[in-house]
Design a protein around this ligand. Structure first.
Ligand code: CMP
Length: 140
């Protein structure tokens, strides 16, 4: 089925100037970018996005990293977009990410891991709505 998933190009990848290279991987894999904006997150916006991790020991570091510089938030659309994006990203920890994945090629650590992607259809729905109003997503 055609799905939508939320993608975030994180501060490390924005700082490395690889937004275009990451977008090319999505497009080459058949995913269309149907919404996109660059934003500077604050503690409240980043903390709310990662609310499910609030009790985890890494929550503080995660929020400070995600607010350390601008991010690109985007909606990717395509056949099986949620799983396809997770395959393109590779494992959360770049040390464990398969060769040729975005995290293997562009990430340095589990915090500075270049990209985020929704992990299920329920989280995709929540995460897309967290950053985009319906009229900011362009049908293809
Ligand atoms: P992301 O997919 O954005 O979702 C939560 C983020 O927390 C994850 O990517 C990592 O960047 C970060 N993180 C830091 N430590 C851990 C950990 N031990 N397990 C999972 N995620 C972690």
């Amino acid at each position: 089925a055609v799905e939508r998933t939320l993608s975030i190009i994180k501060p490390d990848a924005v700082a490395k100037n690889v937004i275009g290279q990451i977008n090319a991987r999505f497009e080459e894999a058949g995913l269309s970018i149907v919404a996109m904006k660059m934003v500077q997150l604050d503690d409240e916006k980043a903390g709310g996005f990662y609310a499910e991790h609030k009790e985890r020991p890494f929550f503080g570091d995660l929020v400070s990293f995600m607010t350390s510089g601008p991010v690109v938030v985007q909606v990717l659309e395509g056949e099986g977009a949620i799983a396809k994006n997770r395959d393109l990203m590779g494992a959360t920890n770049p040390q464990e990410a398969a060769a040729g994945t975005i995290r293997a090629d562009f990430a340095q650590s589990i915090d500075a891991n270049a990209v985020h992607g929704s992990d299920s259809s329920a989280s995709a729905e929540r995460e897309v709505a967290y950053f985009f109003a319906a009229d900011e997503i362009c049908a293809r």
